[in-house]
Structures are given as structure tokens and as C-alpha cells.
Design a binder for this molecule. Structure first.
Ligand SMILES: NCc1[nH]cc(CCC(=O)O)c1CC(=O)O
Ligand SMILES: [Mg+2]
Length: 350
């Protein structure tokens, strides 16, 4: 029996047993928890490396690893370092990476023009990964926020985020990413109708096999804060995203959003954030029985990492317990910044 924290209480030196009348219990649930082998035998859920998608932040340059203060342990990587991370993912058997660019501020404009540049940082990163590790899955986020001077996911006019005009740009962004070799297009923008438009655009260009993972139920959340630091949109962002991301108070609306994205051709759907929205994960999985993912977002990572760094939590156990929570809620997989640490731990356990 592996005992990590000293001898179990049951095995300590016998102390005089306090006396009490025996309860007349037929059912004693503790019997199944008595030993490690029995706990293993009755265990209902597990996390495996197959469940993990590893999000990475990319920055221009070479040999760059730039720490992100609000995400302790996470760095922005230049392309050569992303390729090293890809190598680590392959070694750990993590199925898929997700890429997010830190766009040089001089390349950001009101229209997010750089998003559709076939030579942008994300497209060059996809080619570099695919060149060395063609068997590793690569997912690209589709939205304009890393590329706009105002930090919003879409085009703005008179303070309004334009829906249909934004969708036209997102289709072109998806096409340059697919051309670069991206396997999974993951629209995170929450414009209406973008899944159908992107599916049609991909198909017309011969990319029938490129998958779409829709950020279908994405909430206007405070937990994205550290991510916005990481991609450099936090300072730029004017206002909030509540006219396109969902109200955290809603759950029926999530079902309608997922239904639409599936009807428009999504192969997989995602709920985001993760831990505060496990009820949504469960409802989506039970309602649609399709591949359902959760995003354990930057703020969720930051909470656990910061508490662990302060010695307030056992970081490894909190990490694994949080990932298990997603599986228990019905998720098929999790986008998580813990992916490499979790995969290392799972590999050690064998
Ligand atoms: N559309 C961009 C996008 N894609 C993923 C995240 C958040 C991921 C995280 O917090 O880890 C965001 C932030 C936002 O919508 O503002
Ligand atoms: Mg929608």
C-alpha cells in the first residue's frame, strides 16, 4: 500500500478503545473505502492523459520564455520553445495543444487585421509544430481579441460589436489557420452564426476534415483576467464582453447555444469557464451526448497555483481533484494549463 503521509490512523499503536454501543447498521458505506485496492475497485471516474488539451501562449522571437506573473509557472514561448513544448507533449502523450498568440502591439488595430495574415505568429507556429510532430493535434482559437487595439473579440462600430461583419472576418481567420495545418478550429468569440459560416468556408476551401470545437457556452467571466494579461489585451480592453458572452446566471440559454452550434456543424462543444460551471457541463453532456469539453481557465489555474505557492493547498492534489471534477461532471476532456504537470504525474503512476 502506498502511504504518502505517514501511517494511516488505523495502523497507529492501539490506544484504549472508547466504548459505545454498536449501531445496528446493515449498510456501512465505509467498508468499500477501507483499503486502497477496494477504493480502486469501486472508483467511478478517472483522469487520463487522453483527457488533456494543453494551452500555450506564443510570443515573437527566439529562445524566449517570458513569465506571466498572474499565471505562476506559465510562460509565453517563442516558436522554437513551443516546438520543445510540443516534443514534451508527444513524450507525455498529451493528444492536443491549443495556441494563443501575444501579438506585438504595433500589429494590433481596430479591425484585427493581423488575424487574417497567413504569416502571423499563430500560423507560423502551427507550421513549425506540424513540420516536426505531424501526429500531434493542434487547436487554434478563433476570435479577434489578440489582434484588436480595443481588446474585443469582434469589430466595433459606435460602441457596438458587429455580429455578421465579424463573422466574415472569423471565416478568413479560420481559413489561414486551416491552411497552416491546424487540426481543430475553436471559435471563442460568441458571435451568432459563426459555426455555420466557418463550416461552410472550410468545406468550400477543401477543408472538410478540419474539426470545429465550438466555445458554445462561454460566459462573461472574471476568471479570464490572467489570460488577458498573457495575450496583452487586459490593458487595451475597453468595457466588458457582456453583449456577446453569456450571463453567468443562465443555464437554459447554454442548452440553446449548444444546440445551435451542433446544428451548424460543431464536432465538439465546450463549456467555459470550468469549475464554476460544472452544472452546465453535466447538462450539456446529458442533453446532447456529444464530445463535451471544459476549459479550466486562467483564473482557475491562478487560484490553485497561487494557493499552492503560498503553502495553503497541496497543489498536486488540488490539481488532480479539480481535473477529476470535470470527468465526474461528464466532460470528455479539459483544456488546462496543468496539462503537462498532470500528464507527468499520471505517467509516474503508470
Ligand atoms: N476570445 C478569447 C479567449 N479565448 C480564451 C479565453 C480565456 C481563456 C483563459 O482565461 O484561460 C479568452 C478570453 C476572453 O474571452 O476574454
Ligand atoms: Mg452561439
Amino acid at each position: 500500500m502506498a502511504i504518502k503521509f505517514g501511517r494511516p490512523i488505523e495502523m497507529r499503536d492501539p490506544a484504549p478503545r472508547p466504548s459505545a454501543p454498536a449501531l445496528d447498521l446493515t449498510v456501512r458505506p465505509r467498508r468499500n473505502r477501507k483499503t486502497e485496492w477496494a477504493r480502486r475497485l469501486v472508483r467511478e471516474n478517472c483522469v487520463t492523459t487522453d483527457d488533456l488539451i494543453w494551452p500555450l501562449f506564443v510570443v515573437e522571437g527566439s529562445n524566449q520564455r517570458v513569465p506571466i506573473p498572474s499565471m505562476p509557472g506559465v510562460e509565453r514561448l517563442s516558436i522554437d520553445q513551443v516546438v520543445r513544448a510540443a516534443e514534451r507533449a508527444v513524450r507525455l502523450e498529451i493528444p492536443c495543444l491549443a495556441l494563443f498568440p501575444y501579438t506585438d502591439p504595433t500589429l494590433r488595430d481596430e479591425h484585427g487585421t493581423e488575424a487574417t495574415n497567413a504569416e502571423n505568429l499563430v500560423c507560423r507556429t502551427v507550421r513549425a509544430i506540424k513540420n516536426e510532430f505531424p501526429e500531434l493535434g493542434v487547436l487554434c482559437d478563433v476570435a479577434l481579441d489578440p489582434f484588436t487595439s480595443h481588446g474585443h473579440d469582434g469589430l466595433i462600430q459606435d460602441g457596438c460589436i458587429l455580429n455578421d461583419e465579424t463573422v466574415a472576418v472569423l471565416v478568413r481567420q479560420s481559413l489561414v489557420q486551416a491552411e497552416a495545418g491546424c487540426d481543430v478550429i475553436a471559435p471563442s468569440d460568441m458571435m451568432d452564426g459563426r459555426i455555420g459560416a466557418i463550416r461552410a468556408g472550410l468545406d468550400a476551401a477543401g477543408f472538410q476534415d478540419v474539426q470545429i470545437m465550438a466555445y458554445a457556452a462561454k460566459y462573461a467571466s472574471a476568471f479570464y483576467g490572467p489570460f488577458r494579461d498573457a495575450i496583452g489585451s487586459a490593458k487595451a480592453l475597453t468595457g466588458d464582453k457582456r453583449t456577446y458572452q453569456m450571463d453567468p446566471a443562465n443555464t437554459d440559454e447554454a442548452i440553446r447555444e449548444v444546440e445551435l452550434d451542433l446544428a451548424e456543424g460543431a464536432d465538439m462543444v465546450m463549456v467555459k469557464p470550468g469549475m464554476p460551471y460544472l452544472d452546465i457541463v453535466r447538462r450539456v453532456k446529458e442533453t446532447f451526448a456529444v464530445p463535451t469539453f471544459a476549459y479550466q481557465v486562467s483564473g482557475e489555474y491562478a487560484m490553485i497555483a497561487a494557493a499552492a505557492n503560498n503553502g495553503w493547498l497541496d497543489g498536486e492534489r488540488a490539481m488532480m481533484e479539480s481535473l477529476l471534477g470535470f470527468k465526474r461532471a461528464g466532460a470528455d476532456g479539459v483544456l488546462t494549463y496543468f496539462a503537462p504537470q498532470a500528464a507527468e504525474k499520471l505517467k509516474k503512476q503508470g
